[in-house]
Ligand binder design. Structure first.
Ligand SMILES: *Cc1c(COP(=O)(O)O)cnc(C)c1O
Ligand code: SF4
Length: 442
């Protein structure tokens, strides 16, 4: 670590950074280091936790295993081998991310795509599988550590176009990563322009999931191709499609620097909208005031609060997770504190295998304490917005920890979800598509 700020830290913190940084991907940049992290507040600073490896991100046995290897003076290869052993024990692909949602075109598996919810296809441009800095909680971490078989990436924009043509139910494409805004504008354009040029009447919204506005606002202000990016955004608006940036903002500080505000202003001037989302995380944003400030500041700058997520079960989750009840408390406290224009936000929401499940709250029904839940997105769209109930469990941090309330055997969606898994429809598109029926339509 050559950074003077890091060299000034106590030896044990520096050693922890080295040990954990060999297992989990670590990347920061001078904007994060100089503008976002408050070094007087380290080790408690939220951005220090968000981007720097921390001792407790690894469980003791994993930490000690790597620490011993490093202390023994092992070679780079030995360190890497140990790192990979540990990584495979960290649930690199939670919620069936890899195998469950991969669509097919003809007989070909679409490696760089996921199609889980009817309207929206996720697309992973192969050159956008990295970020300006890495968040230490991120479930995308396997993509950053160079385990090739875990990478899902795809290049061919024409395959994407073809897929959308064959799937008239798709209205949204969501470019994701990593961070697609890490790509040079020329490359980003090579994915987006074919979508505008093709005749795709069903495609209404192009979304770009990005943390660049938080971690590298220069991307749209002073980078060499900043203006080209803005022209590309304008082109989308002119084509009659909606461009939505799904901006990842974890903490109000990311909205407060002059350059971050200038970035927002410039993006909004292109006609693009910025919707915002973040997981709720211990050490980063685990109180209502932070969220109320975050949403209020966003609305003030013209952003639309969209999702509060529950952190997924992967990597260093145990360092960040928050029981569902507490997450709901924090959400509610913040929601009550903001005006209606900021209440576009929904959460806390778990992106679980059957769908996005929102914790509506804790309640009591006929003497039984329960969680009230509902789908915000479902593998079957018909599941959406039906309240359902789970037995109260103060320790639950994820849907898997919950059981149906009222002594029922299973949740209302379970049979159908099991059937999808059994007949393979959860293994590709969200519904069976009959290729003959499609051919007949054309
Ligand atoms: C969240 C998500 C989407 C987008 O859902 P919206 O509710 O429309 O924002 C699409 N696909 C997957 C796999 C998702 O997790
Ligand atoms: S910016 Fe997004 S994809 Fe990149 S590390 Fe952070 S959460 Fe993960």
């Amino acid at each position: 670590m050559e950074l003077p700020q890091v060299q000034a830290l106590p030896e044990d913190i520096r050693f922890a950074i080295e040990v954990v940084g060999n297992v989990l991907p670590f990347k920061t940049n001078n904007y994060v280091v100089n503008e976002l992290i408050d070094w007087d507040n380290v080790p408690n600073d939220p951005f220090f936790h968000l981007t720097f490896p921390q001792r407790t991100m690894l469980k003791d046995h994993h930490f000690n295993k790597m620490a011993d290897v490093i202390r023994s003076g092992a070679s780079k290869d030995e360190i890497k081998a140990t790192a990979n052993e540990i990584r495979f024990e960290l649930n690199p692909h939670p919620a069936g991310q890899m195998e469950k949602n991969m669509p097919t075109l003809g007989c070909e598996k679409m490696q760089g795509m996921q199609h889980k919810y009817r309207e929206t296809v996720l697309f992973f441009p192969s050159q956008g599988q990295t970020c300006h800095a890495y968040c230490s909680f991120c479930f995308r971490w396997p993509q950053f550590v160079g385990i090739d078989e875990l990478k899902f990436a795809m290049r061919e924009a024409d395959l994407l176009v073809e897929y959308i043509k064959e799937h008239p139910e798709v209205t949204d494409v969501l470019f994701t990563g990593g961070d697609p805004m890490i790509m040079k504008t020329k490359v980003l354009a090579s994915y987006i322009e074919p979508l505008l040029e093709a005749d795709l009447p069903n495609l209404r919204t192009i979304r770009i999931g990005t943390k660049a506005l938080g971690y590298w606002p220069y991307k749209v202000v002073t980078d060499k191709d900043a203006d080209d990016t803005l022209r590309l955004f304008e082109k989308v608006a002119e084509s009659g499609k909606h461009l939505a940036l799904m901006g990842h903002y974890s903490h109000p500080r990311e909205l407060q620097t002059p350059i971050a505000q200038e970035a927002i202003r410039r993006v909004r001037n292109t006609g693009a909208q910025i919707r915002t989302q973040s997981p709720i995380l211990r050490h980063i944003n685990d109180d209502s005031q932070t969220w109320a400030n975050l949403w209020t500041e966003q609305v003030k700058q013209g952003l639309i609060p969209y999702y509060m997520f529950v952190v997924r079960d992967t990597g260093a989750r145990h360092h960040f997770d928050i029981p569902l009840e507490e997450a709901w408390d924090i959400f509610r406290g913040a929601y009550q504190d903001v005006s209606g224009v900021a209440r576009t936000v929904r959460g806390p929401s778990m992106s679980a295998e059957p769908g996005k499940v929102q914790v509506l709250g804790v309640s009591e029904v006929k003497g039984e304490k329960v969680f009230v839940l509902r789908f915000l997105q479902g593998r079957n769209p018909d599941w959406v917005h039906r309240p359902f109930f789970a037995k109260y469990n103060p320790n639950a941090v994820w849907l898997d920890d919950l059981e149906p309330a009222f002594g029922e055997d299973e949740f209302f969606f379970q049979k159908e979800f099991d059937a999808m898994n059994a007949n393979g429809t959860a293994n590709g598109e969200y519904v069976k598509t009959d290729p003959m029926a499609l051919a007949a339509d054309e």
